[in-house]
Design a protein around this ligand. Structure first.
Ligand code: AMP
Ligand code: GLY
Length: 423
């Protein structure tokens, strides 16, 4: 099977590593890829925002399967274009990707499907913004305000704050930029990311993971695309995956099919385990980053066959997934200034070892690796337990050099120390 992965982040590097170890894969490409994916996948230039260019590349390269990594091409219709060209594609249609592309669309689907989620108030203008904030403050006095950009914002469109002025300022900034705003009820409790493969009918959950959205230790600082992750979750209540499958994933996939927009690809449920039960924080329509970097190294079942089955409506025929014993941890090494104003171009050394997945890197003309994005590397290790995996990941981080780089030092620490409780 000839497989091409679309995208250029650490998620795509992780996908390429997993696919390259699948004997069913005869050729592997990553378009456009980065300095790290080149070691396992042929680099192919492409504009990922152009669905026709992606489909044309798949045809020219004679791909049997296209795996779309990021949300931007999916929302733009890349999977539709590839399928129209007669090639199997792992990833939802543009319509189905609205589960991620529009938070208000996702709310409508969840309401129709009876899926538990935060109450939300759509806001069309500045006056409604103040009224909605008053209303949530009355319902849950003292709880932080949650103000969201309704559209795609690379994980940076949400503010969670007790500072009313900051909440108003964020909402106004989104409205002024022509966007729509959603105010939400605050959800307490630990967060879980659960990925599931779907072929539009059958849903196959993977192992739960947790990511770290804030920039700094102790969950301080601004939201980012994700600063680290670990899997599985030693503190997860037994039966969590079955519960999410029954109350969230399957009802959502069924509702999308009922609407005539079957969801095939990767359904990512971002969940909060609140004192009042589990709630969906958000859906994404693709593999999460950085959670993919810890989920895939634990998967023993060859990946290409699974993604192909999801893309071709045959997931019901797949035998139960096999998982490796142990845990995985990934630590994101970010460029100076990330997330507000990352400074790229700095030389990166020590980034070619085992488990060092490239996020934002490129090759300089002299063949050396330079930082090319805000998140530069996702340094990953697997170990017999979470403590061992964590230690191994941080040992690998210590071998990397990028001037001014920063990373969190507490990824998976609370879980290792048994400090996470579910209400
Ligand atoms: P989202 O882009 O919707 O995933 O939001 C980014 C992050 O903001 C989430 O992972 C949560 O940490 C936080 N967040 C979003 N919605 C809520 C909510 N209703 N209550 C509490 N935290 C939230
Ligand atoms: N881990 C967050 C995301 O992929 O959106």
């Amino acid at each position: 099977m000839r497989v091409v992965v679309i995208g250029s982040g650490a998620r795509e590097h992780a996908l390429c590593v997993a696919l390259s170890s699948d004997p069913a894969v005869s050729a592997l490409a990553c378009a456009p890829g980065n300095a790290g994916t080149r070691s396992v996948a042929e680099p192919l230039p492409v504009d990922v925002t152009d669905p026709d260019a992606i489909a044309a590349l798949a045809v020219t390269w004679r791909a049997d399967l296209v795996v779309v990594g990021p949300e931007v091409p999916l929302v733009a219709g890349a999977a539709d274009a590839v399928r129209d060209a007669g090639i199997a594609c792992f990833g939802p249609s543009a319509e189905a990707a609205q589960l991620e592309g529009s938070k208000s669309f996702a709310k409508h689907v969840m309401t129709a499907a009876g899926v538990p989620t935060a109450r939300a108030w759509p806001v069309g203008g500045p006056a409604e913004l103040e009224t909605a904030l008053d209303e949530v403050a009355q319902l849950d006095p003292g709880a932080p305000y949650v103000v969201k950009d309704d559209g795609l914002a690379a994980g940076k469109g949400v503010i969670v704050t007790t500072d009313r002025d900051a909440a108003v300022a964020h909402g106004r900034a989104v409205l002024d930029a022509g966007g729509a705003v959603l105010i939400e009820e605050y959800l307490d409790g630990p967060e879980v990311s659960l990925f599931a493969l779907s072929d539009g009918t059958t849903v196959l959950p993977l192992v739960p993971a947790q990511d770290f959205k804030r920039r700094d230790d102790g969950d301080a600082g601004p939201n980012t695309g994700g600063m680290g992750a670990y899997a599985p979750l030693p503190w997860a209540p037994p039966g969590l995956v079955d519960e999410v499958l029954a109350t969230v994933l399957q009802p959502t996939v069924d509702e999308m099919a009922r609407r005539g927009e079957p969801f095939s690809g990767l359904l990512y449920a971002g969940l909060a385990l609140t004192s009042r039960g589990l709630r969906v924080v958000e859906f994404n329509a693709r593999f999460g980053d950085p959670e993919t970097q810890v989920v895939l190294p634990l998967l023993e079942t060859p990946l290409a066959g699974l993604l192909h089955a999801a893309a071709t409506g045959t997931l019901a025929d797949v035998p139960p997934l096999r998982w490796r014993e142990g845990s995985a941890v990934t630590v994101v090494v970010a460029a100076p200034g990330y997330p507000e104003a990352p400074r790229t171009g700095g030389p990166v050394t020590g980034a070619d070892g085992d488990g060092i997945l490239h996020a934002g890197t490129s090759l300089a003309p002299d063949g050396s690796v330079v930082a090319a994005g805000g998140r530069v590397l996702a340094v990953t290790a697997v170990g017999p337990d979470l403590a061992a995996a964590r230690q191994a990941a941080y040992e690998r981080v210590a071998g990397v050099r990028l001037a001014g780089a920063h990373w969190r030092t507490d990824i998976a620490l609370a879980a290792v120390e048994g400090r996470i409780t579910v209400g």
